[in-house]
Write a protein that binds this ligand. Structure first.
Ligand code: PMP
Length: 452
């Protein structure tokens, strides 16, 4: 391995990091990960850090899981990559079969891509083409939630717009119809949750009835709007808003890139509402956090609309070079087997209770903690200047970034969303590690907010 000083210099010289103010980055020495084991990352100095956000919300069973490592090695001895355009390959077939078997009822077809954003792009394109193929060409509009996030390609940004992140590409986007979610802490401020929900549903009813004929689909992150700051909504809201979409004749697209694979205490978050969407977008945890793989699952009726003689060109003309990559699919297949054989979702539910208890004891009493939102092992801790008035920190306070900087001193890696500290550990986190995670976070919040 090159020397640490060279790696740092080369990172500063050659890289451009995502979602990063590079001016700040270049002024500091980066944490360079050299290896990982279990729930820990190890840097080039040999220091260990608990992976508190599961390497951007995707690691499930820990790093270097023997079964996942073995599955990857086994597959590499066969073939690393071949295309799904005009050919099939063994792991992509087996993995699709397994995905359909764990998916909510009615989802029978798997279309692979390679990131969460592309899984959403695929769903949008399938919905748009579907309506043209079935003779409803006016259904071209999408309904999505305010502050929803669906990835960074332009279609995904159109349905998941955030002013801070996306204002520079605004002229390039198509316009989605927006619904305000029943988010009580910031959005429907001060309303009791039931009233906020009733208000949000009234707005949804209005939008769906006014635009019924032109809506192609509702696009929604079920139960938790992750990147918004872990905004949660009730299963009832999800069920109702999906029902309104269906009543309007539209499709329901659920983006479970973040919530899928046990994160919220069910295999998929839609299960909390007993909802079976028409299209389901999956990514992140699909390979246990190992490889770039995503999938869009579709109902059979949608798939069937694309069938016809070659010369009618009804096919879904969409794909990426690494679609259905055999290495990624082999790992995903093994990941799903581990879920089944090791009862990962039940263990994650137990872990979420441990986390809830620790949060209550160590984090909730801190004066700067305005709100703690938790759905399973997805947690957002919103920091405020004043708990009584919910006065927010200013961007220049960089409060989230400072807490996440501080927590590294305790051997924990976190990444915030503005003033929201995110805890989203691998589902394999042990109880003692959970305690380390939560107590370190509480200590870092206390240290930083005392000075802020
Ligand atoms: N959808 C949701 C709900 C997400 O949380 C994310 C990423 N955080 C994406 C889509 C985009 O996934 P990717 O970064 O793999 O493109």
């Amino acid at each position: 391995m090159p020397r640490r000083s060279d790696l740092v210099a080369w990172d500063h010289r050659y890289l451009w990091h995502p979602f990063t103010q590079m001016q700040e980055w270049l002024a500091e020495e980066p944490l360079v990960v050299a290896k990982a084991q279990g729930n820990y990352l190890v840097d080039v100095r040999g220091r260990r850090y608990l992976d508190g956000v599961a390497s951007l919300w995707c690691n499930v069973h820990g790093h270097r899981h023997p079964r996942l490592d073995r599955a990857l090695r086994r597959q590499i001895g066969r073939v690393a990559h071949s295309t799904l355009l005009g050919l099939a390959n063994v792991p992509s077939i087996e993995c699709a079969r397994e995905l359909v078997s764990v998916a909510p009822p009615g989802l029978t077809r798997v279309f692979y891509s390679d990131s969460g954003a592309t899984a959403v792009e695929v769903a949008l394109r399938m919905a748009a083409q579907y309506w043209q193929l079935v003779g409803a060409p006016r259904r071209t509009r999408f309904v999505s939630l305010t502050e929803g996030y669906h990835g960074d390609t332009l279609g995904a940004v159109s349905v998941g717009y955030s002013e801070t992140f996306h204002r520079f590409v605004r002229p390039l986007l198509f316009e989605a119809l927006k619904l305000d979610p029943p988010h009580v802490f910031r959005w429907h401020r001060r309303l009791p949750p039931e009233e906020a929900e009733a208000e949000a549903l009234a707005q949804a009813r209005e939008t769906f009835s006014r635009h019924a004929e032109e809506i192609a689909a509702l696009v929604i992150e079920p139960i938790v709007q992750g990147a918004a700051g872990m905004w949660t909504h009730s299963p009832r809201y999800l069920r109702e808003v999906a029902r309104l979409a269906k009543e309007a004749g539209a499709l329901v697209i659920c983006d479970e890139v973040a919530t899928g694979f046990g994160r919220t205490g069910r295999m998929f978050a839609v299960e909390h509402a007993e909802l079976s969407p028409d299209l389901l977008c999956l990514g992140k945890g699909i390979t246990g956090g190992y490889m770039a793989l995503a999938a869009t699952l579709a109902r059979e009726e949608i798939f069937e609309a694309f069938l016809g003689p070659y010369e009618e060109f009804r096919a879904f003309f969409y794909g990426h070079t690494y679609t259905g990559n055999p290495l990624a699919c082999a790992v995903a297949l093994e990941n799903l087997r581990i879920f089944r054989e090791e009862a990962t979702v039940e263990k994650a539910r137990a872990l979420s209770r441990v986390l809830a208890d620790l949060l209550e004891r160590f984090v909730a009493p801190l004066p700067a903690v305005g709100d703690i939102r938790q759905a399973g092992c997805m947690i957002g801790i919103e920091l405020v200047r004043d708990r009584e008035t919910r006065l927010a920190y200013k961007p220049r306070d960089r409060i989230g970034a400072r807490v996440c900087g501080e927590v590294r001193r305790y051997g924990v890696v976190l990444r915030p969303l503005g003033s929201v500290i995110v805890l989203m550990p691998p589902l394999s986190l042990r109880s003692d590690e959970a305690e380390h995670l939560v107590r370190s976070t509480a200590q870092a919040i206390a240290d930083v907010t005392r000075m802020a």
